[in-house]
Write a protein that binds this ligand. Structure first.
Ligand SMILES: Nc1ncnc2c1ncn2[C@@H]1O[C@H](COP(=O)(O)OP(=O)(O)OP(=O)(O)O)[C@@H](O)[C@H]1O
Ligand SMILES: [Mg+2]
Length: 400
């Protein structure tokens, strides 16, 4: 299932109205002007997708081809890690990196999409009384209040009606509800605008990913549930999709940064050193591997693996919770495969560990396999582009 579900940026409606008027005006004018109409339409269609991650900004610009999509432009902009950085400093660093990229690549006046995840927002599957879409829009704050942990005045709501359901003899409608703190939405908007872009969509990481899976991951339609884990830097986005329906969406705050910090603590080293050790060392999770390392006197390998395994066990407990919840919802439910993505999917041996732990095959998603002209993105970076490609694949109908 694909949600055409997003936070509308008010300004978008204004832009749309302006464009309509402009089109009408220009269409009346001489035929030489047609080119200009086309370029306006083109500007609207080609959406610059910007995944504002905590570790790196990922950018993708796609254009439709006869057979699919082609990559027109991309960026991977790592942000310098500073242990004690305020959110304002981080925002400025993000903005500067984005500005520099746009200048270097001669990208101007683009409509852009970004997304949010983390603890400033929440996604809930809830049953509301049967209402029309506009009735629900008008009363969303009151209806949603019992389901969200934030003050309703501080959040922006979005919802998508999934279908009708009966609860305690009453007709209800199943709805995906998103509440995001206004400050996180405005922070995203400010970064895009500050870089000279026009914010068109503020999506949710998990929904952008779902958009990618439903279009590009053929396993999403196969029998049995798929557990997707986008393991980034500060957050792991978990989704379980079963027969095309999303059953669980959850953010877990154990991810790449947690692994790095565990190495810093265990080895008493700085962030840069810990980052490099994390990339060069594998998880040693069975006693054989560990015994060999100990016998060979590879003390550092063992210490790093122990630090990583401690974090991985915490992450696994949380993943089990979501899987158990999913399995408890029906006797026919199974997890038939796990699909990993995000920068931390590259952690050595992670796939093998998860495969043994969940007794199911594990693969790493390359979101670029179906995109033409995407060879310029190094293969090891590809899994981190999942959110950006999911955003870039948004269609105009998804938000209009
Ligand atoms: N080869 C590797 N081995 C282990 N970890 C890696 C490797 N390459 C990247 N990472 C980790 O991946 C993480 C970055 O992943 P990603 O780009 O998906 O995060 P992000 O989108 O910036 O963060 P978030 O979504 O949490 O805000 C970092 O923690 C980084 O250390
Ligand atoms: Mg991310």
């Amino acid at each position: 299932m694909e949600y055409g579900f997003l936070f509308h940026i008010k300004e978008t409606a204004i832009i749309k109205a302006n464009l309509k008027e402009k089109f009408a005006e220009i269409a009346k004018a001489a035929s030489g002007q047609i080119k200009r109409v086309k370029s306006l339409i083109e500007a609207r269609k080609s959406l610059l997708a910007i995944d504002l991650g905590n570790y790196a900004i990922k950018i993708a610009l796609l254009s439709p081809t006869k057979t699919g999509f082609s990559l027109r432009s991309w960026g991977y902009l790592p942000l310098e890690s500073k242990p004690e950085e305020s959110s304002e400093e981080k925002k400025l660093a993000t903005l500067n990196a984005l500005r520099a990229f746009l200048i270097q690549n001669g990208i101007k006046n683009k409509y852009a999409a970004a997304s949010v995840s983390g603890n400033s927002m929440i996604v809930r599957y809830v049953k509301f009384p049967l209402l029309t879409k506009s009735e629900l829009s008008a009363t969303i704050a009151t209806e949603a209040e019992p389901f969200i942990p934030f003050d309703v005045n501080d959040v922006q709501f979005g919802f998508h009606i999934l279908g009708e359901a009966v609860e305690e003899g009453q007709k209800k409608m199943e709805t995906v509800l998103v509440a995001a703190k206004k400050e996180i939405i405005s922070s995203r908007v400010e970064i895009l605008q500050g870089a000279g872009l026009t914010p068109s969509i503020i999506d949710v990481d998990s929904f952008a990913l779902e958009n990618l899976f439903t279009q590009f991951d053929s396993s999403a339609a196969e029998p049995g549930g798929t557990l997707y884990l986008n393991i980034g830097h500060s957050v792991t986005n978990l989704s379980i999709i079963d027969k095309g329906n999303t059953r669980v969406v959850r953010d877990i705050f154990t991810a790449g940064q947690t692994f790095t910090r565990a190495i810093m603590k265990a080895l008493n080293c700085d962030l840069i050193k810990a980052e490099s050790l994390k990339r060069s060392h594998a998880l040693l999770f069975d006693s054989d591997q560990k015994d060999v390392a100990i016998a060979e006197g590879r003390k550092e390998d063992v210490a790093i693996s122990d630090a990583l395994m401690g974090v991985l066990k915490d992450l696994t407990i949380e993943v089990h919770r979501s899987v158990d919840f999913f399995l408890s919802q029906g006797s026919d439910r199974v997890i038939s495969r796990i699909v990993l993505m995000g920068g931390s999917a590259a952690l050595k041996n992670l796939d093998r560990y998860l495969s043994l732990e969940f007794k199911t095959p594990v693969s790493v998603l390359n979101p670029l396999t179906a995109i033409e002209n995407s060879q310029s993105i190094p293969e090891e970076m590809a899994p981190a582009f999942a959110v950006a490609i999911g955003l870039a694949l948004r269609k105009p109908n998804d938000w209009i």
